[in-house]
Design a protein around this ligand. Structure first.
Ligand code: CS2
Ligand code: MG
Length: 416
């Protein structure tokens, strides 16, 4: 049996997704997620123009060899576009292998190491009161871990902060579909936000204090710094929130500066998570061997699929570092399912990010994973357990959409 055809499907049910469909000569279909928020068409072209023609006729069961072939042979290794494309192929081949075995994918990865995966959800609010309302909504639904993001007095819209009905699902990072700015020809530009780290550092400890006061000590509280701090600013924040027992502080400094976390570690025992923008085990080398992080934030979609992320987790496991896989709505339901199967199987699972996809997205992607009492499970359907409805997908054409730009008050471009 062999790979007979590869089709790349770009669909936009509320937001853009890039999905690879691999069909084998005996008619089995595998799905893979290659969505790279704001750069979707680059991955689609990489897959269509440079990957698909080289894979037709290959043995679909040679998953590891195909991964190495796509990783090593083009000479240009790593990088988000390449590794999202590798991820899409890898997931689709695992999906096919598990469908052929008639088993849910986690059984091919060593079987279940646990009964379910603890999820964390996103609560946010422009004010502390609204944030607390959002947290209450999730606690009522049984979630045991909540990421808390809030507005900062004096600043306007901040990425990742929205007021939503308590407990309601929302796609807070929709990768804004840019409005034209009146210029001719119409420019499609990302929206822009203003940032002030000092104001944020003054405010955030009071946010943690207020949430702890209302919900007590047991609820796990997470926070995402979204790469916006310098090492010394991050150290200051990590130390300031320590009394509120955070589960983790995520992306406190720009991810590519691995040594930055040494400084944060010297000043605080707040657990650290990083890696949603990483795409290979090499990005983690210093962080893991020096134990500068506690949680790996990569997703299967951006780190070379199940094969790539499993490499990272095996390496991390030697150092007692656990998973906190990236699971925002820009990881498609296919990628989410891949995260769940891997998380169920590995020994060093920690927690799984969970942002429910919109009803429109779930009409295109038919899922069989579940969430119950704050715990996720990939389900028992053979394969990944997600099928793309091609007719439904065709109804949603690609729309250019970009993540916002973050600037300091003086207009200079900042990390976000
Ligand atoms: C966020 C992400 O989930 C998170 O922790 O940082 O939603 C991230 O901003 C997006 O995936 C970017 O595409
Ligand atoms: Mg993040």
């Amino acid at each position: 049996m062999s790979i007979q055809r590869l089709d790349v499907i770009v669909t936009s049910p509320g937001r853009n997704f890039v999905t690879l469909k691999i069909t084998t000569s005996d008619g089995i279909i595998g799905w893979g997620d290659g969505t790279l928020n704001g750069r979707e068409l680059a991955v689609a072209s990489y897959l269509r123009d440079h990957v698909a023609p080289t894979l037709v006729g290959r043995d679909e069961s040679a998953i590891e060899q195909t991964w190495q072939y796509l990783y090593r042979s083009p000479y240009w290794r790593r990088g988000p576009v390449t590794m999202a494309a590798v991820a899409a192929v890898d997931m689709a081949l695992w999906d096919i292998a598990a469908k052929k075995a008639g088993e849910p994918l986690y059984k091919l990865l060593g079987g279940a190491s646990r009964t379910g995966l603890m999820a964390y959800v996103h609560a946010s609010g422009s004010t502390i009161e609204r944030l607390n309302d959002a947290v209450a909504g999730y606690v009522d639904q049984g979630f045991q871990a909540v990421r808390i993001q809030s507005g900062v007095p004096g600043l306007g819209q901040i990425y990742g902060v929205h007021d939503a009905a308590p407990g309601a699902a929302y796609e807070y990072e929709p990768a804004g579909r840019p409005a034209t700015d009146g210029s001719e020809p119409a420019a499609l530009r990302p929206t822009e936000e203003t940032w002030d780290t000092a104001a944020y550092l003054r405010h955030l400890p009071s946010v943690f204090a207020a949430v702890r006061e209302q919900f007590g000590g047991e609820l796990r509280l997470l926070h995402d710094g979204h790469h916006r701090m310098s090492p010394i600013e991050a150290a200051k924040l990590a130390k300031a929130i320590e009394p509120y027992d955070p589960f983790w502080l995520e992306d406190c400094t720009p991810g590519e500066d691995q040594a930055a976390l040494r400084l944060v570690r010297q000043h605080s025992v707040t657990p650290l998570a990083i890696g949603e923008v990483f795409n290979s085990v090499h990005d983690y080398q210093t962080l893991i061997t020096e134990r500068l992080i506690d949680y790996v934030r990569s997703s299967t979609t951006h780190a070379g699929g199940i094969t790539g992320l499993r490499q990272i987790m095996t390496f991390a496991g030697i150092y007692g570092i656990r998973s906190g896989f990236h699971g925002p709505t820009d990881v498609s339901p296919v990628g989410m399912a891949a995260n769940l199967h891997l998380g169920l199987a590995i020994h060093n699972f920690g927690i799984q990010e969970y942002m429910p996809h919109s009803a429109t997205a779930l009409e295109v992607f038919r899922t069989s994973y579940s969430v119950d009492g704050g715990m996720l499970h990939p389900g028992e359907t053979p394969g990944l357990g997600v099928e793309l409805d091609e007719q439904a997908a065709a109804a949603h054409e690609y729309v250019p959409a970009y993540l916002p730009v973050n600037r300091l008050r003086d207009g200079s471009v900042h990390d976000w």
